[in-house]
Design a protein around this ligand. Structure first.
Ligand SMILES: Nc1ncnc2c1ncn2[C@@H]1O[C@H](COP(=O)(O)OP(=O)(O)OP(=O)(O)O)[C@@H](O)[C@H]1O
Length: 261
């Protein structure tokens, strides 16, 4: 059975999209069948895979608001094992439209449940907010992966984030788990980055991945070419880090499946 994971932190610019695009691409290259769901109206994950969100026949908006069948919304990225449900500009209005709809928190879950068994992993790129699009995502998933940027105020908003997860557990998705915390944009030349790693590890105890994603300019460049980092520059430090991260992710998943964790 496939596992559904939200990549979530309501703080903006912490590396959610970068992690989603590159972890998904690395896992697909390692033979896992991946569906990436872009529920962020900014649509950066969609364009990060080179998909033009203005020309796709159906998008996340159509799925959530117009009940278009999920199978019709899935786009083949032309990369082996990698599929995307694209975002679109209309999605920004969906937050308001959802408010008056029946089953408004469960519309994504109801759709995703239909395709869950077709993939090894489904990753949802959440917007940097705590509105209904995020609530739909947290309701649809088995677990939450939290990227945290190694910068000032890294832990700012984290208690609010944990409260949101707890509220969703209590009201909508009792089995929601923390998949793990991934530290991003690490700069080993600064004490600040090193301090943030310590603080985050203390706060989240055993839940932080060992692999740390460095600040690497190639990671910032790749999206403008519509490529993941393993296509754009497979030998750069960013590509090495995401490939290692994918290995660690899979290793821990095996332990979870075998009941070790
Ligand atoms: N490891 C990295 N090294 C260098 N630049 C990075 C790295 N990770 C992300 N970036 C850049 O930082 C910016 C923010 O990253 P990203 O879009 O992944 O964050 P986000 O959390 O998805 O943002 P938003 O909250 O707006 O959706 C982007 O310009 C991205 O290219």
């Amino acid at each position: 059975m496939g596992k559904v994971i939200a990549i979530f932190n309501q703080k903006g610019g912490v590396g959610k999209t970068t992690t989603n695009v590159n972890l998904s691409a690395c896992l697909a290259a390692k033979g896992k069948k991946i569906l990436v769901v872009d529920i962020d109206p900014q649509g950066n994950t969609t364009s990060g895979f080179g998909i033009d969100k203005n020309t796709v026949p159906f998008s996340m908006y159509d799925l959530l608001i117009d009940n278009v069948d999920i199978y019709q919304c899935i786009v083949n990225t032309s990369r082996e094992n990698l599929f995307v449900i694209p975002s679109s500009v209309q999605l920004a209005g969906a937050e308001i439209e959802l408010t008056g709809m029946e089953n408004r928190e469960k519309r994504l879950k109801n759709a995703i449940d239909k395709v869950k068994d077709d993939y090894d992993y489904i990753f949802i790129d959440c917007p940097p907010s705590l509105g209904l699009l995020t609530i739909n995502s947290l309701t649809a998933v088995d677990s939450v992966m939290i990227p945290i940027q190694c910068e000032y105020y890294a832990l700012e908003g984290v208690s609010q984030l944990m409260n949101t997860i707890e509220l969703v557990r209590e009201n909508l998705n009792p089995k929601l788990e923390i998949q793990g915390v991934v530290l991003s944009m690490f700069d080993g030349r600064t004490n600040l980055s090193i301090q943030v790693v310590d603080e985050v590890k203390k706060y989240f105890k055993g839940n932080v991945y060992t692999t740390i994603i460095p600040r690497n300019v190639r990671l910032a460049e790749a999206p403008s070419y519509g490529q993941s980092i393993i296509e754009y520059d497979p030998k750069c430090k960013g590509a090495e880090a995401y490939s290692e991260f994918a290995d660690e992710f899979l290793y821990l998943e095996e332990d979870i499946n075998e009941g070790v964790i």
